[in-house]
Design a binder for this molecule. Structure first.
Ligand code: TC6
Ligand code: NDP
Length: 306
């Protein structure tokens, strides 16, 4: 008979974060140097609102969208972080970003945010629901407060944003476009079951709304990132980070610019017929876990199969 497993992972909390740890992801100097495949004016005349625009993928997307000519609005809870994006875009592109401190869990604040974006720019073309996150823990040990915090942010917060944006589009008779950043949930997410549940909810909510809202010319799509190296990695212990790249056959981490370029594509006219889809960007992670019936190629043997 098997003994009861005694494994109990260390709980890693934001207050434990050692900010002297190695830099994670693209910093501002890196972002400034990123090339883009897109035409300079690809998003000219378009307005884009990015939640969680003060860091990581949200910050990269704000910069890219501004470079491509879009009017950019961002939101988040931490004013200081938001201002780093405002400053970066001003320095690099010369344009003003509208920054509105907002907790997406607060439906009234979300309604006010959508109103401010419309008042300021006269409308909204693309909403990017990027704000979100979770903490790593075995599901059996989740506190009630922790479970609720992750569901409230990733599922409810995303929904409040979608609904408020769509109400305005319907009222104004204008087309709309929603891009939801979710996660790679196809095979579940052990030690992140709360976020897996919330993101799976967002994916199927999006597929449903893509149909319900087509009558108002509102498109809804999701991007499912795999391991993307950003400041968000502060939520994970070094021991886990050392293994993240082994989760895909490319043995790499993606970066925030990879995701920003996909968002820009979905915000462009080229994506006008994409609706209700989930675009996975994970270096092949979803397919990884191979038995190699003819023997494992040397390329993989160093790290072993996932
Ligand atoms: C998987 C690899 C791929 C994915 C990568 C990424 O996504 S990278 C991007 C990653 N980026 C992000 O994830 C950024 C955004 N993430 C966040 O803001 C947080 O993770 C949040 C979603 C929990 C919200 O937090 P908040 O403070 O605003 O919320 P709050 O005050 O309402 O409730 C907090 C409650 O949650 C609990 N709890 C929290 N931590 C732990 C833990 N380590 N251990 C255990 N429990 C934990 C605890 O119960 C706590 O209450 P307490 O005990 O303090 O009274
Ligand atoms: N990096 C990765 O490997 C992966 C990331 N993702 C998801 O992609 C998205 C971007 O992540 P990434 O850039 O890596 O990480 P970050 O932690 O840098 O970005 C998360 C952003 O969400 C904002 N945010 C969190 N909660 C709220 C809230 N309640 N209201 C408003 N804003 C909020 C944060 O801003 P503030 O602190 O100011 O509130 C922050 O700017 C997240 O949803 C993340 O979970 C999914 C799969 C993989």
């Amino acid at each position: 008979m098997n003994a009861t497993p005694t494994h109990k992972p260390k709980i890693f909390r934001p207050e434990d974060v050692d900010y002297e740890r190695p830099k994670r992801g693209l910093d501002e100097d890196d972002l400034r140097k990123q090339p883009t495949i897109y035409r300079d004016d690809m998003l000219a005349g378009k307005t884009i609102l990015i939640t969680g625009g003060g860091s990581g993928m949200g910050k990269a997307t704000a910069l890219l969208a501004a470079r491509l000519g879009a009017q950019v609005a961002i939101c988040g809870r931490d004013e200081e972080k938001l201002q780093t994006t405002v400053k970066l875009v001003k320095e690099e592109v010369g344009s003003d970003v509208l920054s509105v401190g907002t907790n997406i869990r607060d439906a009234d604040a979300v309604e006010a945010l959508i109103g401010k974006v419309h008042d300021h720019f006269g409308g909204l073309d693309t909403l990017v629901n990027n704000a979100g996150g979770q903490f790593p823990q075995d599901a059996i040990d989740f506190s009630r407060k922790g479970w609720l915090a992750v569901i409230d942010t990733n599922l409810n917060g995303t929904w409040w944003m979608m609904q408020e944006a769509a109400k305005r589009w319907r009222e104004d008779g204008k087309p709309g476009n929603i891009v939801n950043i979710v996660a790679n949930v196809e095979r579940g997410m052990p030690q992140a079951a709360h976020t897996c549940a919330a993101r799976a909810g967002v994916i199927y909510l999006s597929k449903t709304l893509a149909t319900e809202w087509a009558q108002w010319n509102i498109r809804v799509n999701c991007i499912g990132p795999g391991v993307i190296e950003t400041e968000g990695f502060r939520m994970y212990p070094e021991e886990a980070l050392a293994r993240f790249h082994k989760a895909n056959p490319m043995k790499q981490r993606g970066n925030a610019w990879d995701v920003a370029e996909m968002i820009a594509y979905l915000a462009s006219p080229a994506a006008r017929f994409i609706n209700g889809d989930l675009i996975v960007m994970d270096g092949g992670q979803a397919q990884w876990g191979v038995v190699w019936p003819a023997g494992m190629p040397d390329y993989f043997s160093e790290d072993g199969a996932a």
